[in-house]
Design a protein around this ligand. Structure first.
Ligand SMILES: [Zn+2]
Length: 300
């Protein structure tokens, strides 16, 4: 383990063979932008400008494998531009990176979406990622807020996911990306699509909403997994407590750092701090669940 991570080094001595899949990291420059009237550069010296930086993140933290998706920003063209580079360069990473493409169903970027789906088909991409916070329009995750063109574009996205046996990663957060609205998208899609709802529901009210429903959704035949990135500490602890008695929860919580938005050290500490939940559950969260969801469908 890295000398920078004494906590992890101690843990690895106690438990040799610790394996980690980071189920959600970003590539792409966010840079300097004006937000709320102030010029900010929140990721200086920590950007993942290219997959070289992502691979450095893996090496530094002894991560076995990562799912990597474009960074999205207020300019919808940024993430689409990253789509053009990602599939080809991920192939050179020796199987350690599973690339995902950014999608946005907004009518204003319909041409870019078409190009992305063609590219995904060509490269056998098995992960698509979206967040309505990054969409070119103002629609929410709720299909009731969509016009006809956006609905048709979302159907194209879902057709791709279904046909490719892919995973659809969807951001959960506040307001229009609240998991209460994201659930409506999951129901719109119906059975046969694996949803990875990142951030365990995204905010406290979202975490209160999502965690009791994971088992219900599974019982209904919906295929939903979630990850621990950017989640409140209590929500990670709670999810692992539920996992002790509930196999549906134990199999559906994945570890992610969301780097560079999250820091690996703090994100993994939230999981390892709950090791009292049992090593089997921690092993599932850190590796086994993501291996089942992603490694069986990584592109060839
Ligand atoms: Zn993210």
């Amino acid at each position: 383990m890295s000398a920078e991570l004494p906590f992890l080094a101690a843990f690895a001595r106690l438990w040799p063979g610790l394996r980690v899949i980071d189920s959600h990291v970003h590539v792409g420059v966010w840079g300097r932008r004006t937000v709320a009237g102030r010029s900010i550069e929140p990721f200086r010296h920590h950007e993942h400008a290219s997959l070289v930086d992502v691979l450095r993140h893996l090496r530094r933290h002894r991560i076995d494998l990562a799912v990597v998706v474009p960074t999205y920003s207020p300019d919808p063209r940024t993430a689409f531009a990253e789509n053009r580079l990602l599939p080809e360069s991920a192939k050179k990473a020796g199987g350690r990176l599973i690339p995902g493409c950014w999608v946005d169903p907004s009518p204003a970027v319909a041409g870019l979406l078409r190009e992305t789906l063609d590219l995904a088909r060509e490269h056998g991409i098995r992960v698509l990622k979206t967040s309505c916070d990054g969409w070119a329009g103002k629609s929410s995750a709720d299909p009731a807020s969509w016009g006809r063109a956006l609905t048709r574009n979302m159907e194209r996205i879902l057709e791709y996911v279904r046909a490719a046996g892919a995973v659809f990663q969807v951001h959960t957060g506040h307001d229009r990306s609240h998991v209460r609205l994201v659930e409506k998208l999951v129901r719109f899609a119906g059975e046969g699509i694996t949803f990875h709802l990142v951030h365990l529901g995204g905010c406290v009210s979202g975490q209160f909403y999502l965690l009791p429903r994971l088992r219900e959704w599974t019982d209904e035949g919906l295929d939903v997994v979630t990850d621990t990135s950017m989640a409140s500490g209590f929500a990670v602890r709670w999810s692992l407590r539920l996992a002790r008695t509930n196999p549906a929860v134990a199999n559906r919580v994945l570890f992610a750092s969301d780097a560079p938005w999250g820091t690996f050290e703090s994100e993994i500490s939230k999981v390892l701090a709950t090791v009292g939940s049992g090593t089997t559950i921690v092993r599932k969260v850190l590796f086994d669940n993501a291996a089942r969801v992603y490694m069986t469908r990584s592109s060839g």
